[in-house]
Design a binder for this molecule. Structure first.
Ligand code: ADP
Ligand code: MG
Length: 605
């Protein structure tokens, strides 16, 4: 009896499958293991990850790795996915003209219009003018309240802006209640004497006037031209609990369209498409370009720099000159990026139009032989580079109960979405498309303006809920879930993720509905689009109706909603589609590793 290992080195995960072959050539699967890939796929840095995964899998059999007679590793197509994002619009505010933010506790409610008057200058106020009073940290809330109560009798005070987080403390002491906005860090940048509008929403609501260009126009009496230039400000105030907009005389806020640049798609000809024509147009040009040799971007533009950076990054890890490295596919998706507004007063952000791009990078040489050599040197076991990844994935996928030939697979990984179709006569046809799980995480992170990628990754993986009391939460499906015992108060009022080991609190102040909508949208934009593209490429006559069944494999096939999205989409073509269950036990994981072991029996050891 011989022990054989199949090893699949992916962008994210290294998977191992161990099988035994008896005298009569019968294969028995014994164990499997999976580890995070060490280093960039296809480089020698992968070796430690491969060895620990082998040790894991053999450990489950209580055997040393040296008992293996053969290790088969995937002939990884030398393609690596990478993602980047480019903002197309940019909001610049050159003179302080707006404050819009979500202080945890503004006070009062309503809107008001008046001239800015610093508390130091109350004496100079004129009785007939409405004023919005600005008070910095050098005054205590008590002093502020005393001053306001005194001057309220002489002046027409309509609103208050505070630097400290003390809106409620001041408001409680006011004889005449007014809207109070607090936590405005850069209070000294507020221009004295200018006309301003303030708005504080009722608890649980968001502002209505200042997030609407016509609302601002009404309050500040703007002309049509001025209203147009205020639009980016209104846009950035959507969803806020309180805001201030200050009228500054010389149209000094603008929404720039950044020089977005052109993409050059080289096939037997060169197609040119401008990035600001949007993702749909880019993808349409790409799909009609034929066999793609390389994709590049206009020099000195954002897209040009971005694609060049991907190539340089790849040449560093693969030790090849960047001329040999070519981009063979991209997936472009329209998105919105939450970015800080330049010139803002309290760190306000704005949703700018952006394009997210995943690229497939192809290098000249197949570095897998080098990896095989190194593993052989360290373990003294024969290592063979044994088969194209997508073919192996298809072989592994056939072990899913209920499948039949011809069978199509979609390998939904981290960097790429690969498709393969395997026919009765053993013929296979495969393709690799840019864009998969990592692009989804990137879109979630940028659209929600999350501080880190880990939160985005968790949002992608786990359903949401809102903890409404210590005894119950509302799931995103609307269902109410009750707890037997009071839960930790730190979760109270928060949006959480339902991780199997316990709830994860989302630190960012975002409504559940928004997070869920962004998450689903990102998945649809990447996986539905890519599944269609990939399968149309491999289907006989490029017609999806010629595919009877599809098995989903890879890490992203474990997603709790992606398989359903694809199932719904393919139901329109009468295709059976579902999450794979490799060897009837591994779920969508381990397809390539299993295929590598199986293909040994196929005779091509
Ligand atoms: P590769 O073959 O490129 O190494 P994998 O098949 O391991 O990639 O897939 C990695 C991707 O799967 C990552 O983007 C990861 O976020 C995603 N992923 C892993 N588990 C889950 C899950 N439970 N739900 C959704 N996505 C997941
Ligand atoms: Mg993979």
């Amino acid at each position: 009896m011989k022990l054989i290992a199949g090893v699949d080195i992916g962008n994210s995960t290294t998977e191992v499958c161990i099988g035994s072959v008896g005298e009569e050539g019968r294969m028995k699967f014994l164990s499997s293991a999976s580890r995070i890939t060490t280093g960039t796929k296809g480089t020698l840095a992968n070796v430690p990850g491969i060895i620990t995964a082998l040790e894991d899998a053999m450990g489950k059999l209580n055997k040393p790795v040296s008992d293996l007679s053969l290790i088969r590793i995937n002939e990884a197509t030398p393609v690596i996915g990478d993602t980047a994002m480019e903002t197309i619009t940019e909001t610049i505010i050159t003179e302080s003209s707006m404050i819009g933010h979500n202080p945890s506790t503004p006070a009062g409610a309503g809107q008001a219009v008046g001239s800015i008057l610093f508390i130091e200058h109350l004496e100079a106020g004129r009785p007939e003018m409405p004023y919005i009073i600005v008070a910095g940290n050098s005054y205590s809330y008590e002093e502020i309240a005393v001053q306001l109560n005194r001057y309220d009798k002489k002046l027409n005070i309509v609103g208050i802006i505070l630097q400290a987080d003390e809106a409620v403390l001041v408001w409680n002491r006011l004889e005449h209640k007014l809207p109070v906005i607090d936590e405005v860090k850069n209070i000294n940048r507020i221009p004295d004497g200018k006309l301003a509008a303030v708005e504080v929403a009722l608890p649980g609501q968001t502002i209505r006037m200042l997030s609407n260009p016509y609302g601002i126009a009404t309050l500040l009496q703007l002309s049509a031209e001025e209203t147009k230039s205020i639009t980016p400000i209104a846009k950035s105030l959507i969803g806020k609990r309180s805001a201030v907009v200050i009228k500054t005389p010389h149209g000094n806020r603008k929404e720039n369209v950044l020089p977005a640049g052109e993409i050059y798609i080289e096939s037997d000809r060169t197609e040119v498409v401008n990035i600001d024509s949007g993702a749909d147009k880019i993808m349409e040009v790409l799909s009609t370009a034929g066999e793609i040799k390389d994709i590049s971007g206009q020099v000195n533009t954002n897209i040009g720099n971005m694609l060049a950076k991907i190539k340089i990054g790849m040449s560093e890890v693969s030790e090849e000159v960047s001329q040999n490295i070519r981009i063979t596919d991209i997936l472009a998706v329209d998105t919105l990026a939450s970015v800080p507004i330049s010139g803002a007063l309290a760190g306000e952000t704005c949703l700018e139009k952006a394009v997210g791009i995943a690229a497939m990078v192809k290098t000249e040489q197949l570095p897998m032989e080098k990896i095989a050599e190194e593993v052989k040197k360290q373990l003294h076991i024969y290592v063979k580079v044994a088969g194209v990844e997508a073919v192996m994935a298809a072989l592994g996928a056939i072990t899913t109960p209920g499948t039949q030939l011809p069978l199509a697979i979609l390998d939904l990984g981290g960097g790429s979405t690969d498709a393969g179709i395997i026919f009765h006569d053993g013929r296979v046809s495969v393709t690799h498309q840019a864009g998969a799980g990592e692009l989804v995480s990137m879109l979630i992170q940028t659209e929600l303006g999350l501080a880190n990628r880990i939160t985005a990754e968790q949002i992608k993986k786990y359903p949401l809920a809102k903890v409404e009391s210590l005894y119950h939460m509302r799931l995103e499906s609307g269902e109410i879930h009750f707890f037997e015992e009071a839960i930790d108060p730190k979760y109270f009022g928060n949006v959480v993720l339902l991780h199997p080991d316990g709830m994860i609190k989302i630190e960012e102040d975002l409504p559940l509905e928004k997070i869920a909508a962004v998450r689903r949208d990102a998945k649809r934009k990447v996986f539905v689009k890519n599944a269609m593209r990939a399968l149309t490429k491999v289907a006989p006559d490029h017609n999806l109706r010629n595919i009877p069944n599809i098995v989903l494999v890879g890490g992203s096939a474990e997603d709790f909603e992606v398989p359903e999205m694809l199932m719904e989409e393919f139901a329109n073509y009468r295709i059976v589609c579902g999450r794979g269950n490799i060897r009837g036990s591994q779920g969508p994981r381990n397809a390539v590793a299993t295929g590598l072991v199986l293909s040994y029996i196929g005779g091509n050891n």
